[in-house]
Ligand binder design. Structure first.
Ligand SMILES: Nc1ncnc2c1ncn2[C@@H]1O[C@H](COP(=O)(O)OP(=O)(O)O)[C@@H](O)[C@H]1O
Ligand SMILES: [Mg+2]
Length: 373
């Protein structure tokens, strides 16, 4: 299995499947061979830096953009060229896009008016949906008088009221301040659980992605580099990009890879130091690779650690930065390679950090994860 392995092939119960989608704007390729399945009821997050193709992917799923090549299937049926209205998916855009002159109830009920749902049924649904999003009793309020968080709840209610099988959300909380964002994230998780509707959520915020998702698809320059559970994305990244984008990591050039006997472990060499680490099976014949060692996985010691269970490298402390609960130490080894280590503040005080001094940087044998160079 290669790093661009796609999960599609054996996933028979996909709600929506994107197959080999390319999207070209003029002579710019915004999406290149993206294949992804959205499963019934899951919370799937598209994560990546600005411009990596997340919104374009979402717009192709919604039907507001048409792929240049490739297909989109809804429960096996080709909807690649079907209009957004006929797909019947809920969408929450980056801006709230509410109707400012209408009340909360009129905004939320709009999709039901379009679908010609009788008034009594409509009112009951609006009441129930407003209660679901935590806005019970807000029916007659004006949009202008609402806070950003409340407007976002209205947008959610409007996107969900007609019972879509899939809700698409494009960075819905990016305009909210940090504490409100946290509150809305918990609310979204609760609503997802309550309704059981599949959500496809776009964000560039790794913490948001890790904390909310069943699965995360990581995008880079129009390509999907990995789709996996949050813990697999973090602990078994498929590429140097994924390792570096999610969390803070150190990427070491390692050589002389020797795979263990099916135990997921490798022996490798960094300079003249022998290292034991984890890695995917498919690197067994690669010979060399990059070893991702998480900043919080490493420790510093004033003298050479005695334990045989640690990988250890001699380094010099360039400087350290205080972050309250933790301290980030920037270090350099004799080969000029820079390392970043995150220590709890207690631990840093105990070690005694002094710029210019030599330390031993260690991390447990069997941790650290190999990615293709
Ligand atoms: N309608 C368009 N015309 C031209 N270029 C576009 C258009 N939409 C998106 N792009 C380009 O495609 C790339 C991916 O955009 P987008 O999917 O919006 O990225 P993201 O949502 O990850 O920030 C960007 O470089 C963007 O400028
Ligand atoms: Mg975007």
């Amino acid at each position: 299995m290669g790093m661009h392995e796609q999960p599609a092939a054996d996933d028979g119960d996909a709600l929506i499947r994107m197959e080999g989608v390319n999207k070209v704007f003029g002579n710019f390729t915004a999406l290149s061979d993206v294949s992804i399945d959205v499963r019934e009821g899951e919370f799937l997050t598209l994560l990546g830096p600005s411009g990596s193709g997340k919104s374009t992917t979402l717009m192709c799923l919604a039907g507001f953009e048409t792929p240049t090549r490739g297909r989109i299937l809804y429960r096996g049926e080709d909807v690649t060229r079907l209009s957004p209205e006929k797909r019947g998916l809920g969408v929450v855009f980056q801006g709230y896009a509410l109707f400012p002159h209408m009340t909360v109830a009129e905004n939320v009920g709009y999709p039901l008016v379009v679908r010609k749902v009788p008034k009594a049924e409509r009112d009951a649904n609006i009441r129930a949906m407003l209660s679901t999003v935590g806005l019970g009793g807000y029916e007659d309020r004006r949009i202008q008088g609402l806070s950003g968080g409340q407007q976002q709840r209205v947008a959610l209610a409007r996107a969900l009221i007609f019972g879509p099988k899939l809700l698409l959300l494009d960075e819905p909380f990016s305009a909210l301040d940090r504490s409100l964002r946290g509150e809305m994230q918990s609310e979204l998780a609760r609503i997802h659980k309550e309704l059981g509707t599949a959500f496809v959520f776009v964000t560039h915020d790794q913490d948001e992605a890790l904390s909310l998702s069943d699965r995360i698809a990581v995008f880079n320059k129009g390509k999907m580099e990995q789709v996996a559970s949050p813990s697999d994305i973090y602990e078994a990244p498929a590429s140097t990009f994924v390792a570096g984008f999610v969390g803070k990591t150190n990427l070491l050039d390692v050589t002389d890879l020797v795979a263990g006997n099916g135990n997921g472990l490798y022996r490798a060499r960094y300079g003249d130091v022998e290292i034991i680490c984890k890695g995917p099976e498919h690197l067994a014949h690669a010979g060399s690779g990059k070893l991702s060692v998480r900043a919080e996985e490493a420790e510093l010691h004033a003298s050479a650690p005695a334990s045989a269970d640690l990988n250890a490298i001699k380094v010099r402390l360039l400087r350290s930065v205080y972050f309250g609960g933790w301290v980030e130490a920037l270090l350099e080894d004799s080969a000029g390679k820079l390392f970043s280590v995150r220590l709890t503040t207690t631990r840093a005080r105990h070690t005694g950090l002094q710029d210019g001094r030599d330390y031993w940087l260690s991390w447990p044998k069997g941790t650290g994860y190999l990615v293709p160079a």
